[in-house]
Design a binder for this molecule. Structure first.
Ligand SMILES: C[S@@+](CC[C@H](N)C(=O)[O-])C[C@H]1O[C@@H](n2cnc3c(N)ncnc32)[C@H](O)[C@@H]1O
Length: 752
């Protein structure tokens, strides 16, 4: 218990209080707020006299006396009439907390002991009825029976696995953001500084110099943080609030902050969060004076103009939350400066070769309604109104944006102010809107001529009139059905199922999908899919092009399902999150993940869970990755990565497979070919990794992955960069930027 240290200091202080000796306090080392509060208590002569002037109930407020006079301290705090009340409530709460905590800890220990000592009721029952005196005596000594287990038979065949770090199991992503600025310990510190010996006689050494450079100092050099202190302060503020003392008034006392610059509710730019934000992030012990869960504490000022000045309160970075305004996970962070748009709307596609969905803005058909020629989404058409229905002229209806709420617009404006050139597909994830609508909104917000004048110094590339979408699609390496779209049922033109068959499948779900996607009964879709796939097997229309044949590794029976249903079912599945049975086994590359049950094409497998970390932390963790030669970092989008190296689920063992190729319109399947694809899904957060076919699950990690892990390129290899630029340049020369599409404005010519 860390409290012992501070309690001791406090007791000492109270003794000193008698003679108000300030000089003796100077030697105490007490963290910020307490130090200040206690110092003030000690120099305040009237604080503990019995003047019951408060009409608040002492039992709930913790106030036993209230001084008439304004407090007078050596820092000139006369101006704050609430300070003395705050100090007294704090002091009483402090005493009550430690009194309560002692009984609480003892009761916990007794309960733990009774668990261990099933059958030995005597001590347990005595201990439960009578509060143990201090020291608690026998409850600290738990005799364990000695048993010898003979493992020789088991160990004979035991094949020791490679040395792995521990990994905490997770059900959903945990938002970490950035690792602390202080280094808790040096990884691989137990290794010889010269590196441990390798079989080939060399030595491998952790390049700790670069790693250390990512941190400001060692953790043990930082100030001591007492976890009980937040609890006491939090209970104090709760009591003060019940006495109608506002948070602003409490803040003004300066005693609830770690430093005077850290107010309760909000932290100025660059500071760690105030008490309220810290309290929301941790579980306190059940001290009775804390606000009960769900009680309505005043929330941080939620005026949009305030929100505008900070990005975090705008939308929650917690992947399992992602709300636009999330008081639970948000915290004060530096306000990023607004950025100036660099890219013309039509040039947003420059570096974007991965359409996020069949309705991605990168794939929008020309006004003539030309069918999409796509290797990624072979039969995609624009779906229904939410994503941009085409009118008779082929132009997208402007009414779509008009249907956005004022809050939606406001949020997007703010996001675009903060990152003007953000990928529409990334913004779509945050906004839960289609990237196409976001793209159109951006066009309105940043008219291109304005950007053109800014960019006049640059020498963009010249487009040709051929192959716009095909080129983009040819460069798309992943089959990534899309993120961030509101639930929608997408039907493909090649589907051979009758309308009534579709209606039968979707009717029970469509209503719920629009209202409450996550409220669907578990397994409902799976049952529907199985029923449907069995029917499809028996009566697959002859020569139907839109049927995926999937080989089950368990039964060996190919399952078939009409494609239109796959798309719809995939969307529903993305929200059902029914994990598929898998097991971790040795594979050609360390461990790998294998199926234990048959799956259908596009069936949801599991979420890729881990710590959601921001870009700078991804970079600092790269040192470890490079040394360990194993990388569990999954890029979620340009801002966040999901790292399962310390915490995650079995999906972290999915190995890399080569990208599947299209052969005669069907995906190739086979040894070493990726049979899992991922997409960013908001419901319940993070990545849903979806299986196509095969036994060992293999996921195409993307072209940059192995370059990064081997320490090459990404931020350094100039020759490679030059080559890549040349390829990009050649590719870009083939582009047409929808120059005849009224949706995309006038023809945009790159100047050379
Ligand atoms: C997410 S982990 C996959 C699980 C890993 N095999 C393990 O045992 O923990 C990714 C790492 O596995 C290894 N790996 C995965 N697929 C590979 C492949 N096709 N070839 C070589 N190494 C691979 C690499 O070390 C990579 O950094």
């Amino acid at each position: 218990m860390t409290s012992a240290f501070v309690r001791h200091s406090y007791d000492h202080l109270r003794e000193e209080e008698e003679d108000s000796s300030e000089s003796s306090l100077a030697e105490l080392v007490i963290p910020g707020a307490v130090s200040e509060a206690i110092t003030s208590v000690s120099v305040m002569p009237n604080i503990s006299t019995n003047k019951h002037t408060s009409d608040a109930n002492p039992a709930t407020t913790g106030v036993t006396s209230k001084p008439h006079n304004l407090e007078s301290t050596n820092d000139g705090a006369e101006m704050n009439p609430h300070r003395s009340v705050c100090l007294e409530v704090f002091r009483n709460t402090w005493d009550e907390f430690y009194e309560w905590e002692r009984g609480y800890c003892e009761a916990r220990l007794v309960a733990l002991m009774s668990e261990r000592r099933k059958g030995t009721a005597t001590l347990t029952s005595t201990a439960k009825t009578a509060r143990p005196t201090s020291p608690p005596g026998p409850i600290w000594v738990i005799p364990c029976p000695t048993t010898t287990i003979d493992l020789s038979g088991v160990l004979a065949d035991f094949d020791a696995g490679p040395q792995y770090e521990s990994c905490t199991p997770l059900n959903g992503n945990v938002y970490v953001g950035d690792d602390p600025d202080v280094m808790p310990f040096l990884p691989f510190g137990e290794e010889d500084w010269d590196g441990y010996p390798l079989p080939d006689g060399g030595r491998k050494r952790f390049a700790y110099e670069g790693y250390i450079g990512e941190y400001s100092e060692l953790a043990w050099m930082s100030a001591f943080d007492d976890p009980d202190l937040d609890c006491i302060l939090y209970a104090t503020t709760n009591r003060l609030a019940s006495m109608s003392i506002s948070y602003a008034q409490m803040d003004a006392t300066g005693m609830f902050a770690r430093t005077p610059r850290l107010p309760l509710l909000s932290a100025p730019s660059g500071d760690p969060p105030g008490l309220e934000a810290r309290a929301a992030k941790r579980d306190f012990p059940p001290f009775p004076s804390l606000p009960s869960p769900g009680s309505s504490r005043p929330s941080p000022p939620a005026v949009l103009s305030t929100l505008r000045t900070r990005i975090y309160p705008l939308f929650c970075h917690n992947i399992t939350c992602i709300r636009q305004i999330c008081p639970t996970h948000s915290e004060g962070t530096p306000y990023p400066h607004a950025t100036i748009p660099e890219k013309k709307s039509v040039y947003l596609v420059d570096n974007d070769s991965s359409p996020c969905s069949p309705t991605c803005f990168l794939l929008i058909a020309k006004p003539s309604g030309t069918a999409l020629a796509s290797s990624t989404f072979p039969n995609a058409v624009l779906p229904h109104a939410e994503h941009g229905q085409r009118g008779a002229t082929g132009a997208l209806r402007p009414a779509i944006l008009d249907s956005w709420s004022a809050a939606d617009r406001d949020t997007l404006i703010t996001l675009l102010e903060l990152d003007a050139d953000a990928r529409p597909c990334d913004l779509a994830v945050i906004m839960k809107k289609s990237c196409n609508d976001i793209f159109r909104f951006r066009k309105r917000m940043f008219p291109d001529p304005m950007i053109a004048s800014r960019n006049s110094g640059k020498a963009p590339l010249k487009p040709s009139k051929h192959g716009t979408r095909d080129n983009i699609l040819a460069r798309a390496h992943a089959t990534t059905p899309g993120p961030a779209m509101p639930p929608a049922l997408v039907c493909l033109p090649t589907c051979s199922a009758s309308a009534s068959a579709c209606a039968t499948i979707f009717a029970p779900f469509a209503k719920d999908v629009n209202v409450n996607p996550s409220g669907l009964p578990k397994g409902a879709i799976k049952t529907a899919v199985q029923r449907e796939s069995a029917a499809a097997q028996n009566a697959a229309p002859a020569g139907a092009p839109s049927v995926h044949a999937i080989r089950s590794n368990v039964s060996g029976v190919p399952l078939r399902i009409p494609e239109c249903r796959l798309v719809a079912i995939w969307r529903l599945y993305g929200r059902l999150l029914v994990d598929t049975a898998v097991e971790v086994r040795r594979s050609a590359h360390g461990y790998g993940l294998f199926l234990k049950e048959s799956v259908l094409a596009d069936e949801f497998l599991m979420e890729y869970t881990g710590e959601a970390i921001l870009d700078p932390t991804c970079i600092s963790r790269d040192h470890i990755i490079a040394h360990r030669q194993r990388n569990y970092l999954f890029a979620l989008h340009t801002t966040l990565g999901v790292d399962s190296s310390l915490a995650g689920d079995p999906s972290r063992f999915i190995n890399h497979g080569n990208p599947p190729n299209l052969v005669d319109g069907s995906m190739s399947v086979g040894e070493g070919i990726a049979n899992v694809y991922s997409h960013v899904e908001i419901t319940n957060g993070g990545h849903g990794v979806v299986l196509y076919a095969g036994t060992e699950l293999l996921l195409d990690y993307g072209p940059k992955f192995f370059k990064q892990i081997s320490g090459g390129d990404e931020d350094g290899d100039e020759e490679d960069n030059v080559n890549e630029e040349n390829v990009e340049r050649e590719e870009a020369k083939k582009y047409t930027y929808w120059d005849d599409d009224p949706e995309y404005g006038e023809a945009e010519e790159y100047k050379e």
